[in-house]
Design a protein around this ligand. Structure first.
Ligand SMILES: [Zn+2]
Length: 212
């Protein structure tokens, strides 16, 4: 009896070890790549009306003043061009900031991600915090407020993975460029679940312009 029990225990312990070993042998995908795949699968609406996906450029990693990284992309468009909600969700904050000018934070339907729109000329009429917006809804207009003043009007667009407490001003920056371009494979592999082969997320697509 006793030896049978010991044998069972040993087998059980070995099983645990093997299970643990198997889990350790498969490192999780880098979080940002997972986020990009999740968001690319949503095929978000482009945030500036009339701009083609092919016209976007990846300036996410560009340097900014004081050693900061851009952590966003800029989408050039004439002042007054409608800015569209990329996804369904709630307006989390309408915020006037020195660098960003007239800005807007939108949370996605799950409250897991935030979308940030900056340098707006103005908000859409009647827009208010807490309001639910639909994908493609006009939420503002392209401008040059904040530190874009004097330069070409553009939308500064950023995506962040929100922290657990969901503070609108915090989060881990996710590159909007591969998300909005829907880089090859990303939308399809997500349909097959997260275990599908990883798409080449950070590769610059052929024909994309070289960055300065
Ligand atoms: Zn910018």
């Amino acid at each position: 009896m006793a030896s049978s029990y010991a044998k069972h225990s040993a087998t059980f312990a070995l099983g645990l070890l093997l299970a643990g070993g198997a889990a350790l042998a498969q490192p999780p995908a880098p979080p940002a790549a997972v986020d990009i795949a999740i968001l690319a699968a949503r095929q978000l609406t482009l945030p500036v009306q009339g701009v083609a996906r092919e016209a976007l450029t990846d300036t996410f990693s560009n340097a900014r003043s004081a050693g900061r990284r851009h952590d966003a992309i800029d989408i050039l468009a004439p002042a007054g061009t409608p800015v569209l909600a990329v996804d369904d969700g709630r307006i989390a904050k309408l915020f006037l900031s020195k660098p960003g000018g007239i800005t807007l934070y939108q949370f996605d339907p799950s409250g897991r991600y935030s979308y940030y729109y900056a340098h707006l000329e103005r908000y859409a009429d009647g827009l208010r915090e807490g309001q639910m917006v639909r994908r493609g809804q006009v939420i503002g207009y392209v401008g040059d407020t904040g530190n874009a003043r004097g330069g070409a009007p553009h939308l500064h667009f950023a995506i962040a993975r929100l922290p657990p407490e969901r503070s609108w001003w915090k989060g881990e920056a996710i590159n909007p460029y591969p998300v909005l371009r829907g880089l090859e494979g990303a939308a399809h592999t997500a349909d097959n679940g997260p275990s599908a082969a990883s798409p080449p997320l950070s590769r610059r697509p052929p024909g994309a312009p070289d960055l300065p």
